[in-house]
Design a protein around this ligand. Structure first.
Ligand SMILES: [Zn+2]
Length: 272
């Protein structure tokens, strides 16, 4: 299944996402505070809607709410979803870090609930959305992801099913203080440039088996279709950075070295 991207003018416009988080774009901002989340620990009695829209497996819940203390507004979580590669290609994240693409990426989508009553009203406003992005690598088994992976057979084809609530916090990296922050867009049509992005610096892992469950269990077609189409490789390529700067909450590490450590040779330098 493919979107008709060209039908959506914003998709060809400015401030699009994802982007490559490359050293030259990054600027340390000491005022970026750790992300604070509230009410991510959902009761198992609470039914979440697990859906397959043909683009990505996703949950919707109206009770998740998060509060970024570093921002003047409160954002309420509306859904989370994933982007991933295929069984033959373990790369499927949307954001890349200095050109490195991860195996998958999770997006927890929030809307500015101080200013707008619903997600659908906020979605095209410049200050409407805030998305938390989590980069996912294949490695150790992840018990938190297993809590919903064991339900994905229920949404094999386009449609919806229910699953019990669980602690969404466990899907995020341990450290919520190290992240990239920039202004961007939805990564699927209509590509509104309405997203304040927070991509955590530290990735989480899922096992190879878990990745393969994600990459092979879902179809982007209806159950009644005679030729089911696998749902995978559902990521958008990095977009131009335009004039944007990516603020980073952390100072140490590789990006600092790469952006400041140059060796200039004189024009006559030769290797002999
Ligand atoms: Zn997404």
């Amino acid at each position: 299944l493919k979107y008709h991207w060209t039908h959506y003018p914003y998709c060809g416009g400015a401030f699009q996402s994802p982007i490559d988080l490359k050293p030259g774009l990054l600027r340390f901002d000491p005022t970026l505070r750790p992300i604070e989340i509230q009410n991510y620990n959902l009761s198992p009695n609470e039914q979440l809607t697990l859906g397959n829209n043909g683009h990505s497996g996703e949950y919707k819940s109206s009770v998740l709410s998060t509060n970024y203390i570093s921002l003047p507004q409160r954002y309420t979580a509306a859904q989370l979803h994933l982007h991933w590669g295929s069984s033959s290609r373990l790369t499927g994240s949307e954001h890349t870090v200095n050109s490195k693409q991860y195996a998958a990426e999770m997006h927890v989508v929030h809307f500015n609930s101080d200013k707008y009553p619903t997600m659908s009203i906020a979605v095209d406003k410049s200050d409407g959305l805030a998305v938390l992005g989590v980069l996912i690598e294949v490695g150790d088994f992840n018990p938190a992801f297993e809590q919903f992976l064991r339900f994905i057979n229920g949404i094999k084809y386009k449609g919806k099913s229910k699953m019990p609530g669980f602690n969404i916090r466990q899907l995020l990296p341990a450290r919520l203080d190290e992240y990239y922050r920039y202004d961007g867009s939805l990564t699927t049509p209509p590509c509104y440039p309405s997203v304040l992005w927070t991509v955590f610096r530290n990735h989480v892992t899922i096992s190879r088996k878990q990745f393969l469950a994600l990459a092979t269990s879902l179809y982007s077609s209806d159950a009644r279709d005679s030729a089911p189409v696998s749902l995978n490789g559902n990521y958008r390529r990095p977009q131009p950075s335009d004039s944007r700067v990516v603020l980073v909450s952390f100072k140490e590490g590789k990006y600092g070295l790469q952006s400041t450590c140059f060796i200039f040779f004189s024009r006559n330098a030769k290797v002999t």
